[in-house]
Design a protein around this ligand. Structure first.
Ligand code: AMP
Length: 549
């Protein structure tokens, strides 16, 4: 017997309608490239998003057509988030930090029909345009007075088009499974692949983000969105903040610590989300400037971080300097991204501060709606004992079922699970801890060594700015860990002090065979260490040494 309840499609436009009706005066604050603060509200964003929808009709972008953005976090970008998806077109948020060839590849693959770009990216679009013949319009996200010079055709002005577009637009009642946004994976190996989210997956994912043991968003929150709008749906914040009427603060391109501090202070931010690199720089600056800034005046209580693992020292500094709880999350572009979040359990109420940090360094527990499991190489389930390492698999309503245009073939196993490529443990409380990317594990004489664990320890050495561990080929053990280090400015290289520092903290056989000092470590466009590049450079490093010895 079926239930007798209504079934309404889960649509992104309903999030905006809700916020514009019931939280109409709640602010959307954004800071431009010039530092100027722009204040808007959900009601205004809704009206302008409807104008965007009419603008797309005028530009001749067909339903389902892809509309690209090359833009920082700002109110216009947010209007596109809603205007494009609400009108049944697909928003393709492009990471402007990708290499030229990757940009051309993904924008061509996506068949982007229009590109909306921040004026600072005018030189970039000029380079891209000759390679992207399918783009029918290049729209600069600014007013007529700020139009950049760019040899692209046609070059159009967002504010002019918006002023010419009618403010009324009835959001179509789309199929909730219709595509809404498109993000490409960072593609550390092979070509980037497109993950095509749906309205349904996006709305369900937003519920999970809002949940109390998720990011716990509420109408009383003011959220600083440091994570770029072009990175995995900005962790759902543009949608989940609207779902509960939270204020959003969009920082634009300036993400230096002082700019972040000013926004936190002036906009009364209670929560902030961004990758650990941003927070590392922020905390170092806050510590150095303690005398002249008033950290106690900030309303910030929660910072959420993911993408890479926040080091223990960062979690402690947030706690001790600012009374801020770092909420650690894990996910992938393929998982929308939220899968696990590190909220405390009831039993942590009486736990010692150190034990709480022990929990926070882990990647968190599965939220409802996305399932995780730990398996061995044959796919058999492994115990949740906090020790056994296996591959993490995921499935759920906001996990990819296949890449755009079938790239990569069938990516699910027979039971619908997606292989993350991440090696992890799960403890008896359900907290997942990543030990490595499967391909980054160091397999020394058949035993596994976690590169991430050594890296995390190495960065707590006072002279180390950043560290990477790779599997270097070894004549006896097949692979041995090689530690590659970028020192802090002014630090003198001293291999032995770093090895001594590690020695008491990890098993002896985990100690790297050597330390290499470099001026800088290579990163992907989303800020992750580019280990493929390091392996290319240093895979034979220990062999060379053995031969020379
Ligand atoms: P992306 O799709 O670019 O967001 O990359 C997803 C990958 O980033 C995951 O498979 C992990 O390897 C890594 N990752 C994401 N969150 C974390 C985290 N909290 N700690 C460590 N690695 C993470």
């Amino acid at each position: 017997m079926l239930g007798l309840m209504q079934q309404r499609p889960l649509l992104i436009s309903s999030l905006l309608d809700y916020a514009a009706t019931w939280h109409c005066r709640r602010e959307i604050v954004s800071r431009g490239a010039d530092g100027a603060i722009h204040r808007s509200t959900y009601a205004e964003i809704a009206t302008r998003s409807r104008r965007v929808a009419n603008m797309l009709e005028t530009l001749g972008i067909a339903p389902g057509g892809r509309v690209a953005t090359l833009a920082w976090n700002g109110h216009r970008h947010l209007e596109l988030y809603y205007g494009v998806t609400g009108a049944g077109r697909v928003l393709h948020t492009v990471n402007p930090r990708l290499f030229h060839d990757q940009l051309v590849y993904i924008m061509d693959h996506a068949e982007d029909a229009a590109v909306f770009f921040d004026p600072v990216f005018a030189p970039l679009v000029e380079h891209l345009a000759p390679h992207l013949p399918k783009v029918r319009a290049w729209i600069a996200l600014c007013g007529a007075d700020a139009m950049p010079e760019a040899a692209v055709s046609p070059l159009l002005c967002y504010e002019t088009l918006l002023a010419d577009a009618a403010p009324d637009f009835a959001w179509p009642e789309l199929d909730e499974n219709a595509a809404s946004t498109l993000c490409y994976t960072s593609g550390t190996t092979g070509n980037p692949k497109g993950v095509l989210y749906s309205h349904r997956s996006t709305v369900l994912h937003a519920f999970a983000a809002c949940a109390t043991d998720g990011f716990a968003f509420s109408a009383r929150d003011s959220i600083l969105v440091v994570v770029p709008l072009f990175h995995a749906n900005a962790w759902s914040i543009p949608f989940s903040a609207a779902m509960c009427g939270a204020k959003m603060v969009l920082p634009g391109p300036k993400l230096d610590p002082e700019s972040i501090y000013t926004l936190l202070r002036d906009e009364g931010c209670t929560k902030a989300g961004g990758i650990p690199t941003i927070w590392l720089m922020f905390l170092a600056w806050a510590e150095a400037n303690r005398g002249r800034i008033d950290l106690a005046a900030l309303k910030l209580r929660h910072v959420f971080a993911g993408g890479t693992a926040p080091p223990r020292a960062m979690i402690e500094k947030f706690r001790d300097m600012m009374g801020v709880f770092l909420l650690h999350a894990w996910g992938m572009t393929e998982t929308s991204p939220i899968v696990t979040i590190g909220a405390p359990l009831a039993r942590h109420a009486d736990a010692a501060p150190d034990q709480i940090v022990d929990m926070q360094v882990k990647q968190g527990r599965q939220v409802f709606g996305a399932e995780v499991k730990l398996v061995d190489p044959l796919g058999a389930a492994l115990p949740h004992d906090g020790k056994t390492v296996g591959e993490l698999k995921v499935r759920g309503n906001w996990v990819v079922s296949g890449y755009f245009k079938g790239e990569g073939g069938n990516v699910l196993d027979a039971d619908g699970w997606f292989s993350t490529g991440d090696a992890a443990t799960i403890d008896p409380d359900g907290y997942v801890q990543l030990t490595d990317r499967l391909k980054d594990i160091v397999k020394s004489g058949g035993e596994w060594i976690s590169s991430i664990e050594i890296e995390n320890l190495a960065v707590s050495h006072p002279d180390v700015f950043e560290a990477a561990v790779i599997a270097a080929e070894h004549p006896k053990w097949q692979e041995r860990p090689l530690l590659i280090v970028q020192l802090k400015p002014g630090a003198e290289p001293d291999k032995q002090s770093i090895l001594d520092f590690l020695a008491g903290r990890i098993a002896k056989w985990w100690l790297p065979d050597d330390v290499v000092f470099v001026d800088s470590l290579p990163h992907t466009a989303t800020g992750k260490l580019l280990k493929t590049e390091l392996r290319k450079r240093y895979a034979g490093y220990l062999l060379g040494k053995a031969a020379g010895a």
